[in-house]
Design a protein around this ligand. Structure first.
Ligand code: PLP
Length: 409
């Protein structure tokens, strides 16, 4: 018998892994890649990363770090230089004043979240997550032994959590509320007026901490006034973790640097988790992140303008298709359109579209366009398009989606 098979038969995954599904985004991307390999002209609109390159000044800072021998372990949760740059960034962009012991750096915002949940969640603790949501939130909560409490946010409310729904979801076991603005996948963002009623609820429940994911802070459109809750309510700042990173704003997904500001005891507990997982983030990436945060910022706004033009293109094209409707997102680089008007229709090969899954499968099968069903983010019947790709590809993708829908009966 083949050794690999023997080993596979003896393999028993830990129970904490069994609770975690394979990401639908990965499944669809793998299917799309298979078709590409087979020679088909597939357009993949699934990736959650900018198509732009990392700016040259940032790359040069990394090269300098290598030449200067900054190639050793660094302080556990971030170099003094990077923490100082993050402190300045929080002051400059958010009006938040953190001490250096209130700042943490990890290998991506994903690791920041992981550290935070591992440092605070005990078996059975609950974490409120509004949907549609970035699926990672729930999976990290489960890995940490907690229970994600998913709260649907309707399109009529701009895909935002309402104070009433938050109040209903809170129990004595609630440890955290996780919010994300602008949101992956909906692109919806919370202005101050949307945060205030939620803050009022949180102030009545002192056991609930707030994790706010500001990852898409710099990708907002139409003069949207970005704000972060800790800056709105000092009383809440004492139990808020404000999470951010360089991945999206500076096209640095591969460098793996994320950071957060929050109360010192929480930050210290997170450092303990990190000390026994990755020791510290990459020294070279940290040097690059200093340049990203402290160097010239003009390119961030320029790229945002390009994203806006692409958003407008996609939203307009989708809204011109009968059966699809697309809310104009305030930020990020995703549209989250309803395909509710297509449910019940029949494809040319006789398949009845009974869900957003069936619709997105049909798009891939019939016109080689890969998009992600909304139910993969906890809310159907919708589909997410990532428009962080070239205008030419987006135009062609929209043309194909239009043609595929026209063939439904
Ligand atoms: N937060 C949100 C909302 C995201 O969409 C992503 C990545 O897709 C992240 C955090 C993770 O970012 P990082 O690359 O810093 O781990």
């Amino acid at each position: 018998m083949n050794m690999n098979v023997q080993m596979a038969r003896g393999f028993r995954p830990a129970r904490r892994i069994e609770a975690i599904g394979v990401s639908e985004i990965l499944r669809i991307t793998a299917l799309a890649q298979q078709r590409k390999k087979a020679g088909r002209d597939v357009i993949i609109l699934g990736a959650g990363e900018p198509d732009f390159d990392t700016p040259a000044n940032i790359k040069e800072a990394a090269v300098r770090a290598i030449a200067d021998g900054k190639t050793k372990y660094t302080a556990l949760d971030g170099t003094a230089e990077l923490k100082a740059a993050i402190r300045e960034k929080f002051r400059r962009d958010n009006g938040l004043d953190f001490g250096l012991d209130q700042i943490t750096v990890a290998a991506g915002a994903k690791q920041v979240l992981y550290n935070a949940m591992m440092a605070t969640i005990d078996e059975g603790d609950e974490v409120i997550i509004p949907t549609p949501f970035w699926v990672t939130y729930a999976d990290i909560v489960k890995i940490a032994g907690g229970t994600p409490v998913l709260v649907p946010c309707r399109e009529e409310n701009g895909f935002r959590l309402t104070a009433e729904d938050l109040e209903c979801a809170i129990t004595p076991r609630t440890r955290w509320l996780m919010l994300n603005s602008p949101s992956n996948p909906s692109g919806a963002a919370y202005a101050a007026e949307h945060y205030h009623p939620l803050i009022e609820v949180l102030l009545r429940h002192p056991q609930v901490w707030l994790m706010i994911d500001d990852m898409y802070e710099h990708i907002v459109y139409d003069d949207f006034a970005f704000v972060t809750p800790a800056a709105l309510e000092p009383q809440l700042a004492g139990r808020t973790l404000t999470v951010n990173g360089v991945s999206k704003a500076y096209a640095m997904t591969g460098w793996r640097i994320g950071y957060a500001g929050g109360p010192a005891p929480l930050i210290a507990a997170m450092a303990i988790v990190q000390s026994q997982s990755t020791s510290c983030p990459s020294s070279i990436s940290q040097a690059a992140a200093v340049e990203a945060l402290a160097g010239p910022q003009a390119i961030v706004g320029e790229r945002c303008q390009s994203f806006k033009a692409r958003r407008d293109l996609v939203v307009e094209a989708l809204n011109a298709i009968e059966g699809i409707s697309c809310r104009v997102p305030e930020g990020a680089f995703y549209t989250f359109a309803s395909c509710g008007g297509l449910i019940g229709k029949t494809t040319p090969d006789g398949v009845i579209l009974d869900s957003d899954h069936a619709f997105t499968d049909y798009l891939l099968r019939s016109v080689d366009v890969a998009v992600v069903p909304g139910s993969a983010f906890g809310l159907g019947p919708y589909f997410r398009i990532s428009y962080a790709t070239s205008t030419g590809e987006l135009q062609e993708a929209c043309r194909r989606i239009t043609a595929a829908v026209a063939r439904l009966s």
